[in-house]
Design a binder for this molecule. Sequence first.
Ligand code: NAI
Length: 328
Amino acid sequence: LTKPATLTLSGAAGQIGYSLLFRVAAGEVFGPHTPVRLRMLEAPQAVRAAAGVAMELQDAASPLVAGIEVTADPRVAFEGANHAILVGARPRSAGMERSDLLASNGAIFGPQGRAINDVAADDVRVLVIGNPANTNAMIAAAHAPDVPRDRFTALTRLDHNRALAQLAARTSVNVREIKRVTIWGNHSRTQYPDVRHATVAGRPALEMVGAEWADGVFIETVAQRGAAIIEARGGSSVASTATAIIDHVRDRRFGLADPTDWTSTALISDGSYGVPEGLVCSYPVRPVDGRWAIVPDLELDEFSRARIDASVSELLEERAAVAALGLI
Ligand code: NAI
């Protein structure tokens, strides 16, 4: 066994936490040789429920779990954390104004960013899931000035996986035959699932599926999938989100199954592809030395440019709103 990894999960008593924690304990993220210390961060009113989940985790009797701690204090939770997975967020309730939503999330992600800055391990990686994920990641990063910018990501792997699955179903191939799909922009309805560079069993995807489907039904289906699941299941995507989190962390650590492929994550823009610096935007990425690197030099046609610009405008609006609230 190697040195244990410390993973801090916020929202640990929530639905995604309940699915994710047991899979981490089973070795799905770090493999069978790396023990993990689990730090479960919750809001004060849910600490008791988190302690109940911790009891069940104990009962799973995993030889890979080197410790379980439950706390409502971010400075305790992130102490020595190598992986910070931020799921806990304030959901939008009926009649809530957007500025109220952003302000209550700022009150969560600001202090958590500050705690990560002050007490996490030097190699900490931060992955934000709680919505609005891109902007929450920007708020956390703004409060963690000592942490390198490329350590902050927001999850768009679920959108990416949804795009792979739709394309595989449409072309009747195994999902492993689909390569180089990209999710650009915000984790929201404005996202742009892009097949312009994708291949299906080595053939150009766009030729196989046609622009009408790729630019219409495909984009709509992927971007609205979360809403479709809520309608059908009566609840939001939980297990598939946990799968996407595991895929994200595992691929960054161990590399892609096919190194010529790429995946998607939202990260802090360095200005690549004309996206304003500092916005947390989804890009095509590959893992390089344990960090995500943007795939460079892809050509963007007019359609792609317009779709990316539309999602970036939404990110700019969100940034202006949190700046106006003094959250960044
Ligand atoms: P949930 O409501 O079951 O769990 C959220 C948990 O976060 C609750 O237990 C709550 O007590 C906790 N929490 C609230 N404030 C906290 C704080 N300050 N510190 C620590 N914990 C806190 O929700 P679920 O289904 O687990 O989803 C969580 C979030 O993930 C939501 O914001 C949802 O929109 C987002 N999401 C994002 C996806 C993505 O692809 N980026 C996909 C699916 C969900």
